[in-house]
Design a protein around this ligand. Structure first.
Ligand SMILES: Cc1cc2nc3c(=O)[nH]c(=O)nc-3n(C[C@H](O)[C@H](O)[C@H](O)COP(=O)(O)O)c2cc1C
Length: 288
């Protein structure tokens, strides 16, 4: 673990220890004013091309030598282990947080996978109301997980649609804030932007259903970009509403685009187990 000290990772962050009595505890500094908190991260501390997976608590401390609250074993170095074997991932095969790179991840295609996600902080996988997927020690928002699956199936680039303002993770305040924004026809300012829209012919656009509509950040997104001449493929997750008419809304907001009317939607409690179906659907589109 000591070799991780001060080493930069592929994501340009840095491991740090606490001060005083926290001198033997580790946290991960993103060096942009944020740090890893309440999440799992694949991190390649010694830059050998192999990342290990680490969990961080709600204060940002790395879990070590314990079982994490979501039930995974981490060793004394904090690395996720299964039956004593440290789990690893090749750095090049990782899909990294799009926001770390001006919104876009590495890739090589004419396909962009844009998505908006607001993972609620209670419940994963098939839990009632689950808005997050926990797979192989990584916790992702439902739409993030679906976007990752699509990007892997297509070789497309990932783009996270994110906002300047933050949203509550708890269901009740989030639902209330979303209702207020919807009533006000509000347009949240986006913090991520596509630099090279002209490079893409096909744009997957993913969003959760909020109050039977798209989250207002999606309206900001469609206001910002003219997708004329591009194929737009909607995908979503929901708690029972299906697409709820949002594909027609997208087509109305992007009249010059070829908006695919039969996008892909899945119920939130099924997202975690649905990757194979989603992959099959994507492959059936014959985009490559
Ligand atoms: C503010 C809010 C409003 C929601 N409204 C609806 C709704 O009207 N219909 C529905 O089927 N699901 C609704 N849901 C459930 C989400 O669509 C579902 O949990 C989705 O999978 C969340 O995806 P995410 O974790 O990527 O953000 C709502 C969720 C939130 C947070």
């Amino acid at each position: 673990m000591m070799t991780l000290a001060m080493a930069t990772t592929a994501l340009a962050g840095v491991w740090r220890t606490g001060e005083g009595t926290n001198g033997n505890r580790w946290w991960y500094d993103d060096e942009d004013g944020t740090y890893a908190v309440s999440e799992w991260r694949w991190l390649d501390g010694n830059q050998d091309g192999i990342a290990e997976c680490y969990a961080f608590d709600s204060n940002g401390w790395m879990y070590a030598n314990t079982t994490t609250p979501d039930g995974y074993v981490v060793n004394a170095d904090g690395a996720w282990t299964v039956n004593g074997v440290v789990q690893t991932q090749s750095v090049n095969s990782q899909t990294q947080d799009a926001s770390q790179n001006g919104g876009e991840t590495q890739g090589n295609s004419r396909i962009l996978v844009a998505y908006y996600t607001l993972p609620e902080t209670d419940g994963t996988n098939t839990d009632a109301g689950a808005s997050r997927v926990a797979v192989n020690g990584q916790v992702q928002g439902n739409m993030e997980y679906m976007a990752n699956t699509i990007a892997q199936a297509t070789g497309g680039r990932l783009f996270e649609i994110d906002t300047v303002q933050t949203y509550p993770g708890l269901h009740e305040p989030l639902v209330n804030q979303a209702a207020r924004e919807l009533d006000a026809d509000y347009r949240p300012e986006l913090s991520t932007h596509i630099d090279n829209l002209e490079d893409y012919d096909v744009i997957f656009v993913g969003y959760p259903i909020w109050w039977g509509e798209m989250p207002m950040a999606m309206y900001s997104f469609f206001d910002e970009y003219d997708l004329s001449g591009k194929t737009v493929i909607p995908f979503s997750s929901h708690g029972g509403s299906g697409f709820s008419g949002t594909i027609s809304v997208v087509a109305g907001l992007e009249p010059g685009a070829n908006v695919m009317r039969n996008g892909y939607t899945v119920s939130r409690g099924s997202v975690a187990g649905d990757a194979a179906n989603l992959r099959r659907w994507v492959e059936g589109l014959n985009l490559n």
